[in-house]
Design a protein around this ligand. Sequence first.
Ligand SMILES: Nc1ncnc2c1ncn2[C@@H]1O[C@H](COP(=O)(O)OP(=O)(O)OP(=O)(O)O)[C@@H](O)[C@H]1O
Ligand SMILES: [Mg+2]
Length: 477
Amino acid sequence: MSSTVCQSNSSPKLQTTGRVLVVDDHAPARESILLALRHAGHHACGCASGAEALERLQEEPFDVVITDLQMPGMDGLELIRTIQRRRIGTQVVMITAHASVATAVEAMRHGALDYIEKPFDVAQLEALVRRAVERAALLDGQHLEPPPAEGEQGAVLVGSSQVMQQLRRRVAQVAPTPETVLITGESGTGKELVAQLIHQWSDRAARPMIKVNCPALPAQLVESELFGHTRGAFTGADAPRKGRFELAHESTLLLDEVTETDLALQAKLLRVLQQGEIQPVGSDRTLVVDVRVLATTNRNLREEVQQGRFRQDLFYRLNVLPLAVPPLRQRREDVPELVEHFTTQAARRLGRDPVRLAPCAQQLLQEYHWPGNVRELENLIKRATVLDPGRPYTADDLRPWLIDPEGDSAERLQVPVGVSLQEMERRLIEATLAHFGGHRRKTAEALGIGLRTLTGKLKSYGLTGSAARCTATPEAA
Ligand SMILES: Nc1ncnc2c1ncn2[C@@H]1O[C@H](COP(=O)(O)OP(=O)(O)OP(=O)(O)O)[C@@H](O)[C@H]1O
Ligand SMILES: [Mg+2]
């Protein structure tokens, strides 16, 4: 049992205030954070260690966990990894000293939403926690924000590439129908955003979309979560509770990451989809529900069916209208637009000026293969905004923040047979130059040629543009 007493001095309001767990072994720091959060209306509790926090999280749900990085025993990073491994549905914000930014980035790779550097002021902390609570609410169908009012902008799918235009057209076609849509795509491509858009453009938009985060469903409570329960249905069921399907009546239910369900639950889902009826746990009555179902997965569902991990009949039921969201590397022309969008968004959120990117940084982002897709780009811009050095970012500044900066060279060099040797050379030089952020000496070294030879070739290939310009900045020199 955790030893710290949880105090709440205000009832939590939806969306902007929530349940926050503060993990810090340093009592004065912990207490001052708790004080600030409670003052802002959050229901805030404190823990002195990672182990205590995990116990606490088993006992009650928290929207947000704020953890210090350096703690004796389990450190903040290990806590974050464990939260992710155990699929505890909470947003994590890490507090870090300036020297450990690399670890903070690592934490974000392991699912932390963001980090804040010491020393920070209360306004910064409050803004971050508010955003984390909003994100938690978005991920938790029961706390979803109301749909945007008329004239207000809702979900926006940025990108003018052909494939994105096509996707928007498909969304507009399927949205008004009551049919089930299966949204597929790699992690971070925007599947959930597409689901939001479908709901927003449907005639059910007046009611909130309800989301089920399938991987986070607690095994013992799955049925009650989805179908509800009656009072006394099981130990601890002190009051009747509506399930997600009932909450989504006359609205949309998003089964997010539907492949992360076991076969028994898949059978139950199939029954509901076929019959349009649910039976709350402990009840002998069935309820008729009018629910439009959307499902997402980042796995290959056909393969899951072939491997026996996913019911074929449920696959057919869900796959009525398939929508594939393409990975970002297949629509690189969207990158500048997305950068602009996230830069403005992050600046507005943090109340700062938008960050600036030198041409070499822009080129790096343009040519990178984005294994983490749009989410990786969004996180990078958020991080860049928080750590804004007050001058334009160079490629060298941003490269360490990419998840896999080296991994795309093979893809870049995939050249169809029939390309001339000269063209191959041009592409190789271009890719290497971009990789080193326009740094000519490093490029020449990597290519095994002299700097003068490289300069000559750049000239002859007309490659003396944006990537090469950055060699003048002190960071790239
Ligand atoms: N085209 C886009 N325009 C603007 N924002 C986008 C776009 N695509 C994705 N995003 C943003 O990127 C982030 C990741 O998107 P989303 O959560 O929808 O991805 P996902 O495919 O569901 O990822 P996962 O498989 O990891 O759950 C979100 O913050 C989302 O708002
Ligand atoms: Mg998702």
